[in-house]
Design a binder for this molecule. Sequence first.
Ligand SMILES: Nc1nc2c(c(=O)[nH]1)N[C@H]1C(S)=C(S)[C@@H](COP(=O)(O)OP(=O)(O)OC[C@H]3O[C@@H](n4cnc5c(=O)[nH]c(N)nc54)[C@H](O)[C@@H]3O)O[C@H]1N2
Ligand SMILES: Nc1nc2c(c(=O)[nH]1)N[C@H]1C(S)=C(S)[C@@H](COP(=O)(O)OP(=O)(O)OC[C@H]3O[C@@H](n4cnc5c(=O)[nH]c(N)nc54)[C@H](O)[C@@H]3O)O[C@H]1N2
Ligand SMILES: [Mo]
Length: 707
Amino acid sequence: MDKIKGKIPGPETGIEIKKSICCICDPLTQCGLDVYLQGGRIIKVEGTRENPHNAGTLCAKGAATRQYVYHKDRLRTPLKRNGPRGEGKFIPVSWDEALDYIAGQLIEIKKNYGPEAVVFYAGYSKWMRPFLQRLAHAFGSPNYASESSTCARATTMAWKLTFGSQAVADIPNSRCLLVWSTNPFYSNSCLSRGILDAREKGLKIICVDPRYTPMAALADIHLPLKPGTDGALALAMANVIINEELYDRDFINNYTYGFEAYRDYVRQFTPERGAAITGVPAGKIIEAARLYATTKPGSLMTSACAVVHHTNGVQNYRAVMSLVGLTGNYDIKGGNVVNPPSYIGVPAGFTTRESEYALPRKWEEMPPRIGAEQFPVWCELVNEAQAMMLPFQINSGQPYPLKAMLSFGLNHRMWPASSFMAESLKRLDLLVDVDLFMTDSARLADVVLPACSSLERSELRCYPENYVIYTRPAIEPLYASRPDTDIIFELARRLKIEDPLLNAGYEASLDWILAPGGLTIAELKKHPAGMFVPCSREVQEKKYRQKGFATPTGKMEFQSRLLETYGYEGLPVYRPPRSSVDETPEQAQEYPFILNTGSRLPMFIHSRTFRLSWTRSLRPEPALDMNPVDANRLSIQQGDRVRLSTPRGSIQVLANLTQTVMPGVIHMYHGYTEADVNLLIAADYLDPISGYPGYKALLCKVEKLED
Ligand SMILES: Nc1nc2c(c(=O)[nH]1)N[C@H]1C(S)=C(S)[C@@H](COP(=O)(O)OP(=O)(O)OC[C@H]3O[C@@H](n4cnc5c(=O)[nH]c(N)nc54)[C@H](O)[C@@H]3O)O[C@H]1N2
Ligand SMILES: Nc1nc2c(c(=O)[nH]1)N[C@H]1C(S)=C(S)[C@@H](COP(=O)(O)OP(=O)(O)OC[C@H]3O[C@@H](n4cnc5c(=O)[nH]c(N)nc54)[C@H](O)[C@@H]3O)O[C@H]1N2
Ligand SMILES: [Mo]
């Protein structure tokens, strides 16, 4: 046999390469993917070199794409329940039968209980969201909800409350990067490359993180704070900046509201008090405050979740971002720049009509959303229902009954008290779940529909490098699976929804959405690997000089008027986690550790990659991370089986001893079927402003189990 040049596609090898995007992360890091095909089967994947976002690279999860797509748990046909709810007995049915049944039931429920009794839900997957929300609202239901009830939206809320709009770190032009609770080396590898480049050019880095992460290792100053004490740390830094007069006087005097009240409040947070609360030495707090305030321009980079996954989450986050105002680093080159998203959360240099598309109806024309009563500020600032209230409303039927849920990628283990969520779902008259895999949540459903992955569909994806791609399927949808959007548009037809765009389909809808930026699907199809979007002007700095801030006072608000309107404190006040030594000292005697859940691991992403042998082999068993000092005291050794408990329950896992976590804090990754840490968190352990769960600080204990 002739020697074959394996990598080169061509007739001799029978190998061809198709361009696609990864299906594991969503959406910021959905890297460009070169899919190598032989005989219609994927034989390997590589990162797309031309795609400026990942520039040929892939992470550990993306490299396992083939295992994900061809996994034996992939759903093969639509399924209908054939046995008691939750028992997992199904019979295969045709698409027509499944979709007709769903449409018939939804019409019936709407007739009997009103459209609001139907919930439309999207899990972590985002590509179907604008279409699903339009379907919900066109159907008449305000109850479109998503995984965003736990991710990213609370940070947006904090930005809107304080500055009127979100602003992201302009890393390439920055001289000092304040990294607050994010570790892109695990969570967003493409971003971490840019940080390494900037570091080589002299970028100073401060990293605020309880763990010693790769990001912390790269930093000039690492501030290892106790989880959930972010507010106190930020206020103590502000104390230094104000006392040493390192703040931006012009910005404070002309563009802010509530500075005096803030300054008075900040007085209490001396570096010493900050140190006592956070565990970070006072000297380091002072050093970090000086470095950030004097190395201009400085930018703040934060997590979509870690600071807001606390019972004082939004206020802690507001305390952190107040530092941006205090130092005048808002909307300047190299600081935090206002760069509104183009499509599905990603700014790519052009405008679209995504929100006009997703929201065809005014909120006032519909009944109040789930969570409207408990989280009014959420409803003012976020265009979704607050899904953390879902199980409560299913059970109480108050203020009105919920009867059906049409979900795309439902994972009940996302909710705190996940068993309560699972039990609540069983009480619905109709639960539909669309997923790639037969999950434990799908097992609770009446109808399960097989979705295909991004490699099997056409999808529009933007990248922050002003790059955009409209993919074509690399392979046909496996088995009888279909793209989520097909299901949405098919249901719209069967529900007899008269809506020109829902009736026109996916590509016509996209053309409508893209119109303001001058892009068309026809043009995008000519560039299979994606294309740069001509991005006109330099971003204009300090737009607030002309336009003011989109807050009630038109200024940057240290003291939020909107929060006060709804009876919350206007200042970014600090409160310890609701379950903590300070708040529940008696409980702390039995449960002496702080439990921090969900800090990212490089090989796992929520519930998605546990089933893949490549990624799983890197951490084969559910394990908690603890410091050897703590382990020693409890006679726990590496790999010992332990019981992790809170007053709500316990799970059994292995102990992983590591110096990367601080003494007194236990870290446990979320989403495992066999060791679901969210069972240990109460359903109402929520931030009072956003409704976000306090996943990242509550009391727990660890006990060694005898063999
Ligand atoms: N304890 C704890 N809990 C947490 C967190 C934490 O830090 N700690 N983090 C929270 C955060 S930030 C997030 S974002 C959420 C994650 O939210 P989840 O929604 O729980 O995320 P996943 O498990 O990735 O995805 C849910 C389902 O979507 C399916 N899916 C994947 N691709 C597709 C697709 O294209 N179409 C369809 N229909 N389905 C698809 C997957 O198979 C999976 O079953 O978890 C939250 N929960
Ligand atoms: N590999 C992988 N990548 C992911 C995900 C994944 O599950 N796996 N999920 C994706 C999603 S949905 C999201 S939201 C992002 C999240 O992305 P990141 O925010 O970067 O990830 P996390 O690990 O949740 O949090 C970052 C750091 O915050 C620290 N931290 C924990 N608690 C606190 C605290 O109370 N205060 C402070 N200051 N720091 C704290 C953790 O130790 C961790 O190192 O990642 C995305 N990327
Ligand atoms: Mo998230």
